[in-house]
Each structure stands twice: as C-alpha cells, then as structure tokens.
Design a protein around this ligand. Structure first.
Ligand code: 13P
Ligand code: SF4
Length: 336
C-alpha cells in the first residue's frame, strides 16, 4: 500500500524533537499560532515514546498534528491491523477509535495497548451485539458470517471472518459460499453485493458520518466546481457511491489522490483526510464538504500524552472472547 509521503514525519517522531522539521510537515494546513500550542505536546510525546518503547498507530482520520507529527504508523483499518501485528514495541497507543484498539490488542495480547479516550466509539460498532449475530445465525443456518472490523470483540468472536472496507469483496469471495451474512454496515454490504455474485444478507447499521452525505449534494458540487473528481468511502449511501468517480477505503482514497493527482477533488469522508493529504501536496485543490467523526476527534495530543505517561486507559479483552475474535481477525489477515 502506498503511504502518504510522511515517512520523514515517522522518522522524526522517533528521533530527537526538531520543532522546525515537525512544523514543516503541517505548515500547509496549520497557522504558526496553532503550532505553538501543539509543539510542547509533540516534544513531550516523542520523549515518552522513547522512554516507554511505545509506538503510536494513527488512523487516517486523525488531525494533522497527530497524523504527521507523532504517529509512527498511519493508515486505514487494514493497515493498522497488519502493522499492529508486526510491531516489536512494548506499548501501542491507538490514535483512532475503540474497535481499532481492540484489534491491536487481539493481535498483541501480551503488549500494553492504550486508547487515549475510552469513549472513542463508532456508530457501526454500536449497531450490533453478539446476541444479534447469534440470532442471525439461527435465521440463516450454515451461512458464514463476515464481520466488518468496525465492531466489538464480542461481535467478532461470533463471526467466521473479519473484513475491512479495503478487502471486503476478497474476503466474501474467499469463503466459497453462495451466500454470506455481512454485518453490520448496510451500505458497505450493498456496495459489496454489486461487486460479487455471492448473495449478501445485510444488517441495518450505518456510519453516522458517511450517512449524512447525499447524491444530490454531490451533484450540486459538480455544478459549482467544474472538473471536480469525487471519491467516496463505501460507508456512504448508494446514491453517493453512484455519483462518485472512485470508491475505496481511506487508504485507497489517499492512494488515488497521490497517484492520479486530480486537479480538484472532493473526498466524501471525514474532514481530516483532506487535511492530511493537503499537508504534503500542493497541486491538488481540495473541495469540501466533509463531515467530522466525533469519536475520532476525541483523540488529542493532550490525551495521547497523558495516556503514555500514566499507561492508561488500557484495552483489556476477556480471554474467551479474545481467542475467538482473534481467529476471525487472523483469518482476514491470511486472506487479504
Ligand atoms: P477505513 O478502513 O477505510 O480506514 O475505514 C474505517 C472507518 O472507520 C471509516 O469510517
Ligand atoms: Fe465509525 Fe463512522 Fe467514525 Fe468511522 S467515521 S469510526 S465508521 S462513526
């Protein structure tokens, strides 16, 4: 997967603090006055990371000062899961939402995994329980369950295999089944159903951020901004995906912009995506709208710092749940 050109950010985050070099990574999207508030935290976090032998994994929706200046690894849910499995750090800080931190813990049961704010949830994860999955299995005996990673460990534990937005079709087809139960995102399920002959039984979960976009709104943007390229996340409603020029996971959206360099682009997703790419790219005009994910935005430099200092809050998963949930995540990693 193509990484956004922030490898220098990742390197500098591990070495001694250089305020000018760090600010250079975000100066295209951040006034100096704002940087002056962030700089002391960036310096302190970098020192704490060395002290604790810690890594920070940041999702693509984190704000630029986190994404570019303190993260060691950044990416979509799939990349974070893969890279979490590989790290030799003692402590993992997940700058993202709770299900991502749980995935990191499942893959690193003996490491300390921190989530700087335990309230960083996800409307998709909230939309389904383990009992709901058991009910679905009773209604559709013998049909395998594919579960989007945006779910709790308890729900993963009731599943055959996990998937992300970046590998959903491949995972569904890997099961060699005529029919699968695909939970919990109804729109991602509809998008997958369009790409495969496998019959998809879906659930009624939605992402509260992506469901707010509409195809009508995008048509208006096309009228107002000639030459606009629209790229969307598959958690968006079907009319939005219909109106888009490209659909993909956050990493695939990022790769599209970095490789194709559309002169004008609208990224139909969370706001920080455009900011993080714009920080390193000057030949692309980013047209908003965007919607904020209130859960992702609970993570700040301040609570990353506090979490590294106190080694809390830690992510803990019941052993019996973890054994089964880990299997579902590992099966996914073995497929794609
Ligand atoms: P990605 O796996 O595409 O990064 O998506 C995660 C997510 O929560 C999007 O809303
Ligand atoms: Fe969940 Fe949507 Fe936020 Fe992603 S953007 S973490 S799916 S609420």
């Amino acid at each position: 997967m193509l990484q956004i050109p922030t490898s220098t950010a990742k390197l500098s985050a591990k070495s001694a603090f250089d305020g000018t070099a760090s600010y250079n990574l975000v100066k295209n999207v951040m006034p100096e006055i704002e940087w002056s508030i962030h700089a002391p935290y960036v310096e302190a976090i970098q020192a704490l990371k060395r002290e604790r032998n810690a890594v920070i994994l940041a999702h693509n929706y984190q704000t630029p000062e986190i994404f570019h200046c303190v993260a060691d690894i950044s990416g979509d849910s799939l990349a974070l899961a893969r890279l979490a499995a590989d790290t030799d750090a003692d402590v993992i800080v997940l700058a993202g939402v709770h299900f991502m931190a749980e995935t990191a813990k499942l893959l690193n049961p003996n490491k300390t995994v921190l989530i700087p704010d335990e309230r960083a949830g996800c409307s998709l994860a909230e939309s389904i329980t383990a009992a709901d999955v058991r009910d679905l299995r009773r209604q559709h005996p013998g049909v395998p369950v594919v579960t989007y990673v945006n779910t709790s460990a308890e729900v993963k534990a009731e599943s055959d295999i996990c998937c992300t937005s970046g590998n959903a079709v491949k995972v569904v087809e890997s099961l060699n089944s005529d029919k699968v139960i695909f939970i919990p995102d109804e729109y991602l399920a509809a998008y997958v159903a369009q790409q495969t002959d496998v019959e998809i039984i879906s659930w009624r979960g939605h992402c509260e951020v992506h469901e707010r976009f509409s195809g009508e709104e995008l048509d208006q943007y096309r009228n107002d901004f000639p030459g606009l390229t629209i790229i969307a996340h598959p958690e968006c409603p079907p009319d939005v995906l219909e109106a888009a020029d490209f659909v993909g996971s956050t990493a695939q959206m990022q790769e599209y912009v970095l490789t194709k360099r559309p002169p004008r682009v609208l990224m139909v997703t969370e706001c920080s995506m455009s900011d993080n790419i714009a920080a390193g790219v000057s030949d692309v005009e980013f047209v908003r709208p965007c919607n904020l994910c209130p859960h992702m935005k609970r993570i700040t430099l301040e609570n990353i710092h506090d979490s590294l200092k106190s080694l809390a809050p830690q992510v803990l998963i019941d052993d019996q749940v973890a054994v089964k949930a880990r299997l579902a995540v590992e099966r996914m990693l073995a497929v794609a």
